[in-house]
Design a protein around this ligand. Structure first.
Ligand code: PMP
Length: 414
């Protein structure tokens, strides 16, 4: 069998991290992996999380026992309220099934397994698969997660590189042409990698087309509160899809990550929510039991530490207030860095237009740099970013932004 096991290339994003770590040049800059860094370029433990950890360590709940299979109930209930809103009709009507997941990736994987099993088109063909449409481009892991779950993965046009804007017309046409009952993966906020979200008006057109054509929306929300600093603003699209009463979906799926907005990347803390179209106790309970079986067979039960910390942050009034402040600290630092980078490029008269960097939102900027320019940045200047020109703006700080601008200026002029 060993001849079947072929060597694969390293993961493109984690591969950048490894290359950057090996680089001994002191001026090196890591704009690869999407993880927040402070003004000194260091990982940041949110003050709200630090306080919650202290409270947990001092409490009777500080142990390393197993959690129940679907996770910590207090956490999943609070997580649902954070994403759907305190006054969510779906929650008050008992239409939400929530389970804990291994961060956003684990949530997407559960969603993939769930739709692969229960959202298969009715057809005489035994091999027919559920089809999921993802944006072109999208976070690279989306495609392999869904393929791994046995889904057929298709793309919908999203980004127009020439105009640095959305291909909204082709996007909507793809929704209209997709076979009824397809699944559409939507980035809830801070689209990765482009940093460009639909406007509210565009969201309405997209959601209407999904609803009119009988598709299932799946929101991936990895950056709530991280984009604008406001939890409500960053969840606008998905709350509107669920609560406005204007759409009729067979359900809405929501994948939620606390990696970025709580800075708890390595603790793998997230949730998966299934929002049913109407109250149905039997279906609610059946969905919960099926998700529990998937979790049991894959991870037995989810990790407890992050769930306890996030529950404290969300439920303790003082910590919650601090968290909201922390979200503003992170989102405004990133927005500030976008402005500084553009100002510096303009000061240098760097050829090209750079204002898209301040129009884009969230952790990333799709800079428009070509693969060869990206390679030159790494080789000559020790500046690392994804080959598609995606830069993690969180890696910029007052100490390196001028250096990065100067290097971009040099590679663009070559
Ligand atoms: N979705 C998107 C769009 C992401 O960018 C990420 C993180 N890079 C995730 C999901 C999941 O991240 P995690 O598993 O760390 O929560």
């Amino acid at each position: 069998y060993s001849e079947n096991i072929k060597q694969l290339p390293p993961d493109p994003l984690f591969g950048i991290k490894t290359r950057c770590a090996k680089d001994t040049r002191p001026e090196k800059v890591d704009l690869g992996i999407g993880a927040y860094r402070d003004d000194q370029g260091k990982p940041w433990i949110l003050p709200s999380v630090r306080k919650a950890e202290k409270l947990l360590h001092e409490s009777d709940d500080y142990n390393h026992e197993y959690l129940p299979i679907p996770g910590l109930k207090q956490f999943t209930q609070l997580a649902a309220k954070v994403i759907l809103g305190d006054d969510s009709k779906a929650i008050s009507e008992d239409r939400v099934v929530s389970v804990q997941s291994l961060s956003g990736t684990g949530s997407l994987h559960l969603a993939g397994e769930f739709v692969a099993k229960f959202f298969v088109p009715k057809s005489s063909d035994e091999s027919s698969k559920a089809t999921i449409y993802v944006s072109d481009p999208t976070w690279a892991n989306h495609i392999q997660i869904f393929e791994h779950c046995g889904l057929e993965v298709q793309k919908y046009p999203y980004w127009n590189a020439a105009t640095k804007s959305l291909r909204i017309k082709e996007y909507v046409e793809t929704i209209q042409k997709a076979p009824k009952g397809s699944i559409f993966l939507l980035h809830a906020t801070a689209h990765n990698p482009t940093g460009m979200d639909p406007t509210e008006e565009q969201w309405k057109v997209i959601l209407k087309a999904i609803s009119d054509n009988g598709h299932l929306p799946l929101f991936d929300c990895a950056y709530q509160g991280f984009t604008t600093g406001s939890l409500a603003k960053d969840a606008w699209a998905l709350r509107y899809a669920i609560d406005s009463g204007l759409y009729s979906f067979p359900g809405v799926l929501v994948c939620q990550s606390f990696a970025k907005n709580c800075g708890m990347y390595g603790e793998r803390i997230g949730a998966f929510h299934v929002i049913l179209p109407e109250h149905n106790q039997a279906l609610n309970s059946a969905v919960f039991s099926q998700l529990s079986k998937l979790i049991r067979s894959e991870i037995s039960n989810p990790p407890g530490y992050g769930a306890k910390i996030v529950s404290l942050v969300l439920s303790h009034p003082e910590l919650r207030k601090q968290w909201q402040q922390d979200l503003i600290t992170m989102s405004s630092r990133i927005m500030g860095m976008r402005k500084d980078l553009v100002a510096e490029l303009q000061r240098l008269n760097t050829p090209g237009v750079w204002t898209h960097i301040t129009q884009q939102k969230g952790m990333f900027s799709f800079t428009g740099l070509s693969p060869s320019q990206v390679q030159e940045l790494a080789e000559k200047y020790a500046i690392y970013m994804s080959g598609n020109g995606r830069a993690s703006i969180a890696g910029l700080n007052p100490g390196n932004v001028k250096y990065v601008a100067k290097a971009i200026d040099a590679v663009v002029r070559e």
